[in-house]
Design a protein around this ligand. Structure first.
Ligand code: NCD
Length: 308
């Protein structure tokens, strides 16, 4: 039963519960009219203390397309956080007005604090460099719709594996399915954190390799998940400038990739995927962004208990 629950970490839901969400998202995509009013009278609060385009707008579009309404802020300087209000207090107030909260915050653990103080469901829309579970739902739905399953895949994840919260959540989620292999592609300085390696990959006996060069491994991959170097989480600009263009996926590199390898990216993209690839049939990142809205519709409908 998902009604009344919160989503902070991709493993908060069982594999069966995730399947319920994806099945519902598929049905919403096929029959959007059927769901156009199911959230009438419901209110989503979007509390965004950090910049966002897709995540906030897709949450808002999702609630509006379910017939509900939205309120919130997209800039913490326009909220009482700028006066020193704690997350706990903000949440205690917002729950008096809204039925469900989507929150993004620069601090790791912020969404957990919100959940502990909230009587209504809280959805973590990104907490610092930690987790981003709804991006993972988006990624998984896209993989399922294209590949038909989450198992038996060789998944390359390339770029900023250290600070990229979408990467941490995706590895956590995919490591629950059978026979997946991870190829972790990053510069030495941006390798995946040890806790993911030890507590997720090694603990579950998941096969993985860490490499620096995309060219060496691209031909092995079924899925290539590109990510942006997370400038805002660097301690100095010099390191960012040195590392920002470590990987640029282009037509030349794609020549060695399988015909059915798919390219995903949580977006925003900076330089890591050349625009010349946007019309390649393997480039699926804009479709992925669209799926993000549908999966958030399914998620909110479940947490609000308006869909069985
Ligand atoms: C991601 C994020 O915010 O972590 N963006 C998103 O939600 N689609 C990825 C990023 O910012 O690089």
């Amino acid at each position: 039963m998902l009604k009344g629950r919160s989503l902070i970490d991709p493993r908060d839901f069982t594999v069966e519960e995730l399947k319920e969400i994806f099945d519902l998202a598929d049905d919403i995509i096929a029959n959007p009219k059927k769901y156009a009013k199911i959230c009438e009278g419901k209110l989503l609060a979007t509390l965004f203390y950090e910049p966002s385009t897709r995540t906030r707008l897709s949450f808002e579009a999702a609630m509006l397309r379910l017939g509900g309404k939205v309120l919130g802020f997209s800039d913490s300087s326009s909220s009482s956080a700028s006066k020193g209000e704690s997350i706990a207090d903000t949440v205690r107030v917002v729950e008096c007005y809204a039925d469900i909260i989507a929150m993004r915050h620069p601090k790791e653990g912020a969404a957990t604090v919100a959940t502990m103080n909230s009587k209504i469901p809280v959805i973590n829309a990104g907490d610092g460099g930690h987790q981003h579970p709804t991006q993972t739902l988006t990624d998984l739905l896209t993989i399922r719709r294209i590949k038909g399953e989450f198992s038996n895949q060789t998944i390359g994840i390339c770029g900023d594996l250290k600070f990229g919260r979408t990467v941490h959540s995706l590895v956590k989620a995919l490591s629950r399915y059978k026979n997946n292999k991870f190829v972790l592609i990053s510069p030495e300085e941006l390798k995946i954190p040890d806790y993911i390696k030890k507590e997720v990959l090694e603990k579950n006996n998941i096969e993985f390799v860490e490499v620096e060069k995309l060219e060496d491994v691209i031909s092995d991959l079924d899925i290539l998940y590109m990510t942006r170097v997370q400038r805002e989480r660097f301690f100095n600009e010099e390191d960012y400038v040195r590392l920002k263009d470590s990987y640029i996926l282009n037509e030349e590199k794609m020549k060695s990739a399988k015909d059915d390898m798919i390219i995903l990216h949580p977006l925003p993209r900076v330089n890591e995927i050349s625009c010349e690839l946007d019309n390649d049939s393997r480039a699926r990142y804009f479709e992925q962004a669209r799926n993000g809205m549908f999966v958030r519709m399914a998620l909110m409908a479940k947490l609000l208990g308006v869909c069985e």
